[in-house]
Design a protein around this ligand. Sequence first.
Ligand SMILES: C[S@@+](CC[C@H](N)C(=O)[O-])C[C@H]1O[C@@H](n2cnc3c(N)ncnc32)[C@H](O)[C@@H]1O
Length: 260
Amino acid sequence: MPPRTSRQQFDSQAKHYNAQWNAWSGESLAWLLEKAGCDPSQKWLDVATGAGFTAAAFGPLVSEVTGLDVSEAMLDQARERARASGLANLVFQCGTAEELPFSPEAFDGVVCRLAAHHFLSVPRFLAEACRVLRPGGRLLIADTAEPDGAPEVDAWHNHVEALRDGSHVRNYTFAEWRALVTAAGFAIERLQEVCESVPITLQDWLEKGGCRGQAAGEVRRLFLEAPSEAVRAFSITPMPGGDIRFQWVRIGLSARKADG
Ligand SMILES: C[S@@+](CC[C@H](N)C(=O)[O-])C[C@H]1O[C@@H](n2cnc3c(N)ncnc32)[C@H](O)[C@@H]1O
């Protein structure tokens, strides 16, 4: 697909970010909740909240969650989810990760799940996360990532992602995440692989990205001809009937802003 902004991509694909999509990312959400150490006095910011699954999971554990996203159509889904769940402490706002529209030290925690690979500047997002966190506040990130020291896997994976969704920027390696978060002034508490249990199927993944026709055919061909290292890393498995099953590598990262 040609390059698209995240707003264009997610405004047109919002309705596809449903329970099936959330199921592909269930362990990431559980990992974030476990590492968050939420308490009922806290205010959290969910950056790139999308359809609000992460905000809705944090809501019952804290005093307030603000969900920020660049796509109004995704925010509509998030507001509907909050209404349906009876969660009155979720607020949603339009804005970008690279320029957070909040005062310094406004939040106890910042969380961002499966979105940073769309950001035009992760260093800018991390600087902004640091600014809006109180001293000692926690940053939690889960995202699709590349294994370290595997340039062929990295190139193949980022290429198929960009073909499928023109707003994809980059899945970073574990080493890149470590360097980026450290350079932003955070102390890393945990950085590890998080294994998802529900495999993704190629046809569903293409549909969620709005990838059809020639581009979809090209992505399918690249999966069938994937380098053996990528086949191993992502458990790429052709299924009877022609679809293909796989699992992306996910990183879980927990870090703290310096105290005082
Ligand atoms: C896959 S969805 C995120 C899902 C959500 N975080 C969750 O846990 O369910 C990716 C979201 O990132 C948003 N996004 C992409 N780039 C952004 C940016 N620079 N600033 C804010 N939101 C952005 C998109 O609009 C989209 O809603």
